[in-house]
Design a protein around this ligand. Structure first.
Ligand SMILES: [Zn+2]
Length: 392
């Protein structure tokens, strides 16, 4: 019976030892991401440049139409003046003809003023003069007819120009709309650039860091290179006093002691409480649950501004992550190696918290922003109950 137990536990330990690193990331993946964001930034910049060129063309067209409108307005004014001049000319000719007709009527009526009116010396002279009157009125009629025709043509031209102006105004309005739309596109594209640049610099920084410490493209980060210190049986030194226990797996409680668990762990992958809340006085030292490397210290990751420390541990060839939230202060900095039990910060109530407590959160394989940068919703699928590691 004892043998069976030994064999079973041997099999079980083998199962546990198989690295479940399907989610671990190679340097090559970081390099691919870097390339992807480089291309994305390049594409975005090209699109912005193309839109700016398009905008320039639209604005050139707009200026063109505005000039055409001005020219058309001037042409209309000129035609109006011409029409006015022609109409005045017609009036003059009318008056002239009327006067001539009056003379003509006077002559027909054998009026006593005939001689005076025409200044004719004899009847021959008078007839001659009358024929001139007739010719003159005929001539005036002809001139008036021509002028009227001119007025008609000009009015037609004026109408055409007015139509053209309406058309140009419509085109101008269209160009204005188009330019507004392009400007909107440009600013929304420019709005995405900082995010792309942020991702790009993250990967640039990671890739150059991993290369600087000699990682190869095929290396799995955290396992083949950039290994956090291994958690080993018995752990490192430096644990706290009074009842501080390091488990056989190398994990320990984050606090020497605490009042009570104010909120337990209940998590189904998308809702609940992702960790353990230890109610304890503000200022109490918080300790690393295992030996590892600090990869985040700060308050800008949590939307409520909780002060946090995040540590990556190497446990039997796989990555395990621990996160300490609501701290009042820090005792470590990013990229620092820490041993189990080392003070990393102090209990506080920063962020979304109603009293002094420590929120301890742990995950397997994927850390918050560790090897799935920016993807919080991927990370929360890897949450695990801290009691799977730390002593209860
Ligand atoms: Zn909590």
């Amino acid at each position: 019976m004892k043998k069976v137990v030994i064999v079973l536990s041997f099999i079980l330990s083998i199962v546990l030892l198989i690295p479940q690193d399907i989610n671990a990331t190679t340097l090559q993946e970081y390099e691919d991401q870097l390339e992807k964001y480089k291309n994305e930034l390049n594409d975005k910049n090209n699109q912005i440049a193309a839109s700016k060129k398009e905008l320039e063309e639209v604005q050139q067209k707009l200026a063109d139409y505005e000039k055409q409108i001005k020219d058309t307005e001037e042409a209309i004014k000129k035609i109006e003046e011409e029409i006015k001049k022609n109409n005045e000319e017609i009036e003059n000719k009318k008056k002239e003809s009327k006067k001539l007709m009056e003379y003509y009527q006077i002559s027909n009526g054998e009026n006593v003023y005939l001689e005076y009116a025409f200044g004719a010396t004899d009847i021959t002279d008078m007839i001659y003069r009358l024929s001139i009157v007739e010719q003159l009125t005929d001539y005036n009629d002809k001139v008036m007819k021509e002028l009227k025709e001119l007025v008609r043509q000009n009015q037609e031209k004026q109408k055409e120009l007015e139509n053209k102006k309406v058309e140009l105004n419509k085109l101008t309005e269209e160009m204005r709309e188009q330019s507004k739309k392009i400007k909107g596109n440009i600013s929304s594209m420019e709005g995405t650039v900082p995010n792309i640049k942020g991702q790009l610099s993250y990967y640039q920084e990671r890739v150059s860091y991993y290369k600087s410490i000699g990682c190869k493209s095929s290396d799995t980060i955290g396992i083949d290179c950039d290994k956090p210190k291994r958690v080993s049986r018995g752990g490192g030194g430096g644990g706290g006093g009074g009842g501080y226990l390091i488990g056989a797996n190398g994990f320990a409680s984050p606090l020497n002691s605490y009042n009570y668990i104010s909120t337990g762990f209940y998590w189904n992958g998308y809702s609940g409480h992702k960790g353990l809340d230890f109610a304890e006085g503000c200022g109490t030292p918080v300790r690393a649950v295992a030996t590892g490397r600090v990869y985040y210290v700060g308050s800008n990751k949590d939307i409520y501004g909780a002060k946090m420390v995040m540590i990556v541990h190497n446990y039997n060839g796989r990555l395990v992550f621990s996160q300490y939230a609501h701290l009042s202060g820090y005792a470590v900095s990013t990229n620092q190696d820490v041993y189990v039990g080392q003070v990393i910060g102090y209990v506080g109530s920063t962020g979304w918290s109603t009293g002094c407590h420590l929120h301890l959160e742990m995950s397997n394989d994927v850390g918050w922003d560790y090897n799935r940068p920016g993807n919080y919703y991927t990370y929360i699928n890897y949450i695990t109950n801290p009691y799977n590691y730390i002593p209860g």
